[in-house]
Write a protein that binds this ligand. Sequence first.
Ligand code: BES
Ligand code: ZN
Ligand code: ZN
Length: 496
Amino acid sequence: MQITLESKPFAQLEADALVTYIFEESDPIQGRVSEIDAVTGGLLKKIASSGESTGKTLEFTLIHAPVGLKATRLLLVGAGKRAQFSGATLRKVAGAALRYLKSRSIKNFAFLVREDAANADTAQAVAEGFITANFETDKYKTEKKNGKEIDAVRIAGFSDSEKSAGEKGLATGKIIAEAQNFARDLVNEPSNKLTPKILAERAEAMAKEAGLAVEILDEKKIADLKMGAILSVSQGSVEPPRVIVITYTPANAKPGAPVIGLVGKAVTFDTGGISIKPADGMEKMKYDMAGGATMLGVIRALAALKPNVKVICVVPSTENMPGGKAQKPGDIQTAMSGKTIEVLNTDAEGRLILADAIHYAKQLGVTHIVDAATLTGAIVVALANINVGVFGSDQAWTDKLLASAKASGEKMWPMPMDDEYREFIKGSFADMQNIGSGKGGGSITGAWFIREFAGDTPWIHLDIAGTAWNDDAKPWLAKGPTGVALRTLVHLVQSF
Ligand code: BES
Ligand code: ZN
Ligand code: ZN
């Protein structure tokens, strides 16, 4: 799918469809849309006054053969109340329009941005909306969706003088959304197609292509480094673990400058281990590597966007299986940091692999850490599939992340980290235990466990268990992997 910027007047655009959006207000036919109304002989005002088009969010009105336009169709998409309109709405409107037209076998269309919106942010949001909406999860279907493909999209409404800003936004949007789809493709892979070894190979190939430094730690190196927490999880599987380390170094890197560590949980399949999960829904545990995939996507985007700060991405990857050698409840493990851990529940494995990965990232010199993980079912109870749970040890660092989430249009919610919760994970027979002792707050105790390994280094943990996977398709996104948090993290690094 080709996306370009277009500066021709809308009436002159030849396309299978001209798309624009209207707001939910007493008269939704205003501004640029009233210009369309004028060339189409008052058609839009008629449709609006009949109540057919109200501007309600993602309401579609498809008009065939509109007079006065060269486009063969006109599609109006509701964008909701003007006061609540944001880049996030625009991204959804653009994405939903693409999926709507694609399902109707349309090959090319032009998306007309509204008056006063022809800027870089708009072009970026629209491009992101298109590219993420165009991603399908039919990779393993032998019959694709009857060849329904969008060939070309134009973003229109940019004058010649606005075009260069638009081109910049478009280029950024492409980089970010393609990285997001790269992550989503990994998340969508079933565990037989994506073992830790294969994930490492794919990460290595990506890094080489992007010009990033990469090192893959295999099971021997992991053992040499005494990453006992990772090994404790991987020992139940015949598939060996991997730790993927990818480094982005800016051109003018200065010694002593901050280094951001991006750590992502990549359990390619989580059966729960000996504390085995119920069969119902277990198939979804292929997405337990979404945190790792997100971080790989982030660093892929950074390689192209070239921010001014060094970033080290550490992705521990393993299966969590109940094999004959699997760890058992009550086993005591020694993490790379030297801390001992009583494994009371083998299904709380994400925090174990993150413990060693964070310790290792610190050894590599990171000064600020963000981890992303499908860590707990409890975050789904707390925030459903709407918000990412945000846990932090440092207010300034956490505030930056929350500001980036806001700017990127991703919903994230700060969770409490009071010292009292820390008591829940004090071990009876070792330094720590990997689950809280029966007092609720499961996402917080999980976060506290990880925090113990970040120590004094400013740290943020994103629990994406509820948000990394859509059980149902959205008008703007296929069912399945969402690529959540990628845009926020790219923004965080770029604004550092
Ligand atoms: N991978 C799961 C968390 C999860 C749950 C991800 C639902 C996606 C959707 C994690 O490893 C896990 O099993 N956590 C346990 C922790 C518990 C044993 C303290 C959980 O949430 O039940
Ligand atoms: Zn688990
Ligand atoms: Zn897990």
